[in-house]
Design a protein around this ligand. Structure first.
Ligand SMILES: Cc1cc2nc3c(=O)[nH]c(=O)nc-3n(C[C@H](O)[C@H](O)[C@H](O)COP(=O)(O)OP(=O)(O)OC[C@H]3O[C@@H](n4cnc5c(N)ncnc54)[C@H](O)[C@@H]3O)c2cc1C
Length: 416
């Protein structure tokens, strides 16, 4: 059979009946099997586990800024799993089980340090709530114990347990297996592992639109670097999920808030564990560099400002100085903010959506860093197979229609 150049070009565009099947497709093959929007820890972990456990390597992770520059590189690194409800215990417990082996798995030191997390109770409500957590966690096999103020001070000697202070310590819940990990190392470790398996990570590439084919299924994205086609899209764009999902015509049950943190000048080791105070929303740990890492509360108003109100930092520091008097003359070195997205039931969303081929992972609020390995692991399964596994199933978007909420907000009053 002979072809003129012109007919060859025309046939190349639409395919020729005599050509082998794989050449004849009328539709051009999408550039990628999967696009992940957002190169934070969760997006990169998703790509890593999809490549490693599901053999899907034709993946692009698109990031509007730089790798890990969102909440992943801005958080206060607390890792724990002492949540109340079975669904939460399962997802955070799954992540918690992956942390100890993560440096080995990624061949990258994520500096996981299970130094213990102390959650202070300042009033009767705190005490009742945390005791309930202790009992629920023990039933689920999660280490958590109730400590008296004196026992809490044994764990953290710089803690002020004077009953006359503004936020007196009535006791504390202690998860000895909780702790910290190095946040940017987690992003880089997953990025390197995914990249080694063939995943493309494209920075400075902001997704501007989600495109769909005639059937309504996703067909790709428009970006600041041009269009990119794909069969499936996973949105993992914490803080900006509503903006991205609106590109596919979906309205999300989310609100975005600034959340901020500070670090002090470096000190010799003074703080052997993490101490959290949910009632005042101030908490502190010490990094390996010696800086005291201090977390503040969210702003009261929704915003995308990526910085927090100065008054929030001030009230946090007032509480920190009272709880840890040795900090009163410390200088603060840096202060920054991130944008977290929260759901009405303060639990994440790991879900397929009404748009075929579109999946979403979001809603981790102020506490998603600790979930990074587990979240990526189960979301990879969801995107690869199209169905959630047993751990992810309770976190579908559908729960806001059926009412089967996982209400960590009312029951747990947890912060990070
Ligand atoms: C100050 C602070 C303290 C915190 N402390 C803790 C803690 O101690 N423990 C804990 O467990 N959690 C904590 N968190 C929460 C935790 O950081 C987040 O839940 C978690 O990091 C979310 O990870 P992620 O990968 O989903 O999101 P991110 O790391 O935010 O990644 C999402 C990425 O999507 C990108 N993106 C957004 N829109 C687009 C677009 N249109 N196109 C391309 N890319 C896009 C963003 O640039 C970003 O890099 C804290 C958060 C903050 C801000």
């Amino acid at each position: 059979m002979k072809f003129s150049l012109a007919s060859l070009a025309a046939q190349a565009l639409r395919g020729h009946k005599d050509w082998p099947e794989q050449w004849r497709s009328a539709e051009p093959k999408p550039a990628y099997d999967v696009i992940i929007i957002g190169a934070g820890g969760h997006g990169l972990a998703t790509a890593y586990y999809m490549a490693k456990e599901h053999g899907v390597t034709n993946i692009a992770v698109l990031e509007k800024g730089w790798l890990g520059g969102g909440n992943t590189g801005r958080n206060t690194t607390i890792v724990r799993s002492n949540y109340l409800w079975p669904a939460s215990e399962a997802i955070y417990g799954h992540a918690h089980a992956l942390w100890p082996g993560l440096s080995q798995e990624l061949n990258y030191n994520v500096m996981y340090s299970p130094r213990g997390v102390l959650m202070l109770a300042h009033n009767l409500h705190d005490e009742q709530t945390f005791r309930r957590h202790v009992y629920a966690n023990r039933l689920a096999g999660i280490p958590n114990e109730w400590l008296t103020p004196e026992e809490a001070k044994d764990v953290c000697p710089i803690l002020n347990i004077d009953p006359g202070i503004r936020y007196p310590v009535r006791g504390a819940a202690f998860q000895s297996t909780g702790g910290t990990a190095r946040h940017d190392a987690v992003a880089w470790g997953y990025a390197r592992g995914a990249s080694a398996r063939g995943v493309d990570i494209i920075q400075n590439c902001e997704v501007k639109a989600i495109t769909r084919d005639a059937s309504g299924a996703v067909s790709g994205v428009e970006t600041s670097k041009g269009p990119i086609s794909a069969r499936k899209i996973g949105v993992v764009a914490a803080g900006h999920t509503s903006v991205v999902m609106a590109m596919a015509g979906l309205r999300m049950p989310l609100e975005s808030y600034p959340l901020q943190a500070l670090v002090s000048e470096p000190l010799k080791p003074v703080m052997p564990c993490v101490v959290m105070s949910n009632a005042v929303h101030a908490y502190m740990s010490q990094s390996d560099k010696g800086e005291l890492v201090i977390g503040a509360g969210t702003d009261a108003y929704i915003s995308y400002s990526q910085t927090g109100g100065p008054h929030i930092a001030v009230s946090t520091l007032e509480a920190i100085v009272e709880m840890f008097p040795i900090t009163s003359r410390l200088k603060m070195l840096r202060n920054w903010g991130g944008i977290v997205d929260t759901t009405p039931d303060r639990s994440p969303i790991l879900s397929k959506t009404p748009v075929p081929g579109l999946f979403v992972n979001c809603g981790w609020g102020t506490g998603g860093f600790k979930a990074t390995p587990g979240s990526g692991h189960v979301f990879a399964h969801l995107v690869a197979t199209g169905e959630p596994n047993a751990i992810a199933a309770p976190f579908s978007l559908d729960r806001f229609r059926t009412g089967a909420l996982v209400n960590e907000a009312a029951a747990a009053a947890v912060a990070h």
